[in-house]
Design a binder for this molecule. Structure first.
Ligand SMILES: NC(=O)c1ccc[n+]([C@@H]2O[C@H](COP(=O)([O-])OP(=O)(O)OC[C@H]3O[C@@H](n4cnc5c(N)ncnc54)[C@H](O)[C@@H]3O)[C@@H](O)[C@H]2O)c1
Length: 443
């Protein structure tokens, strides 16, 4: 039988998940309140954590014939839902209950049942600049230079940890999408970044100040939006130096989730594609912010990059070199958070005969995003306790534009991402990796 390469990690020691885990969230809006309200409802036994791998998924260990598939949460030591404590920042003063009511994702009877814990979550004053998110403005903002506001965030983090008696923290950006932005000179080193903070460099975005404060405090950081944020050399270096796991960008929830399910299938069967036209209508605050061309450009970049990487037109020019891929997002208030994502896909088969596929996903944005927030927070905390640092590629599963080491293209195929995630958990525990070779069953 051919030798199967099974890489085992000798000994990863994973610190136990003891004590409380503080979850710090810039952006107390639709996604974050749906996440927090959901966790409270689940703790009360009112609902199930549907959509969350950490709560519901199993992981196979050993051979298919072994019948050994524990729950992920029993296999690796994750923080429990009862140990989570929530906090965050927003430019509006609404507490999490009021913000959830405004977002109008959850129905009033459920929201009333979790009113008490949500009302206690009052947003801290935010670091905000209107040049980065043009369609909104609010009163609950910090004053001073960028360095002074960064120091105020560092202080918020320390105070939150102390006052809530947290053993550990994790931060996840659920704030609005900032305008498109590429790395500049100020983003290259920690020295240039800190000089830039002191000099109020306009190239430093608010989300970068949160990421800086988190990573500097040793707190893992995830980015749920497409902003550049911590995907810059200065913060990548700092995350490695400080032993902080990080990941991003842009939750993979509705249309792009569908794209990364379907496109690998067409490619696997060597079916060609000439066009993929995606349009969205949505009416929540996120949709309103995305009406601004700068914020839309950030979103468009992450949404467009997916097909190019999955289909590899350079390797398969006959099938994909002429692909026309367009993504549109339209703000349409009547739909609120219940988005409609339409896709028209033009494919071709044997002898070049054309076919069409139409997908109409009537989805709920925040309902799809909330379990991803939960999983990311729990997995980042696990990674830190396992001594992992820097970019966590195994969490690509959750993102439209997964962060990777410089020069490496991202893996977008959802099922490869899932295999990577589960194999990383097996690796952490020193279990055999699963290659799906399967020759051993036919010996
Ligand atoms: N819901 C999804 O399916 C999904 C998928 C991918 C990405 N996202 C991204 O997640 C983010 C949150 O989405 P949402 O629907 O909750 O939006 P939302 O508009 O309901 O909430 C965002 C909140 O962030 C606040 N905010 C903006 N800038 C801030 C700052 N500098 N500091 C603190 N708070 C700030 C806003 O006031 C708002 O309350 C958006 O960037 C969105 O693009 C959502």
């Amino acid at each position: 039988m051919p030798e199967v390469q099974q890489r085992k990690k000798e000994s990863v020691s994973i610190a136990p998940a003891e004590g409380k885990l503080g979850v710090l969230i810039p952006g107390i809006g639709a996604v974050s309140t749906t996440f927090m309200a959901g966790v409270e409802a689940i703790k009360m036994g009112l609902a199930r954590p549907v959509g969350s791998l950490t709560q519901l998924a199993t992981i196979r260990l050993g051979k298919r014939t072994d019948g050994n598939s524990p729950m992920i949460k029993d296999f690796v030591p994750l923080a429990g839902l009862n140990d989570l404590v929530f906090g965050g920042w927003d430019i509006f003063e609404d507490n999490a209950y009021e913000a959830a009511a405004h977002a109008n994702v959850l129905e009033a009877p459920l929201l009333e049942k979790v009113r008490a814990p949500l009302e206690k979550i009052k947003p801290m004053t935010a670091v905000f600049e209107k040049e980065y998110v043009k369609r909104i403005d609010g009163p609950n903002v910090k004053k001073g230079s960028k360095m002074e506001r960064a120091e105020a965030l560092l202080d918020d983090i320390r105070t939150f940890k102390r006052d809530n008696d947290c053993a550990r923290l994790a931060m996840i950006w659920c704030g609005s999408t900032e305008v498109f932005h590429t790395p500049g000179a100020v983003h290259q080193t920690m020295k240039s970044f800190e000089d830039g903070l002191a000099k109020n460099d306009p190239d430093i975005a608010p989300s970068q100040i949160y990421a800086y404060a988190a990573i500097k405090s040793g707190v893992p950081f995830a980015n749920g939006a497409p902003n550049l944020t911590h995907d810059i050399p200065a913060l990548l270096d700092l995350s490695r130096e400080n032993g902080v796991p990080i990941c991003g960008k842009d939750f993979k929830t509705g249309q792009t989730f569908m794209k990364t399910l379907l496109a690998p299938g067409f490619k696997a069967r060597m079916l060609g594609m000439t066009g993929w036209f995606s349009t969205n209508i949505l009416g929540n605050r996120d949709g309103e912010v995305l009406e601004d061309p700068g914020s839309f450009k950030s979103k468009e970049e992450t949404k467009l990059s997916v097909l190019e990487h999955i289909l590899q037109p350079d390797l398969y020019p006959d099938l994909y070199k002429n692909l026309y891929h367009a993504v549109r997002i339209n703000y349409y208030p009547p739909r609120g958070d219940a988005k409609e994502g339409w896709d028209n896909i033009d494919i071709f088969g044997w002898l070049g005969y054309p076919m069409q596929i139409k997908v109409d996903f009537l989805c709920r944005d925040s309902i799809l995003a909330a379990p991803l927030v939960l999983d990311l927070v729990l997995f980042l905390d696990l990674a830190q306790r396992a001594g992992m640092r820097g970019i966590q590629e195994w969490l690509s599963f959750y993102f439209k534009a997964p962060m990777t080491a410089p020069g490496l293209y991202p893996e977008h195929d959802l099922f490869i991402q899932l295999m990577k995630l589960k194999n990383t958990l097996r690796w952490m525990k020193g279990a055999d990796l699963i290659t799906h070779l399967g020759l051993e069953y036919y010996d």
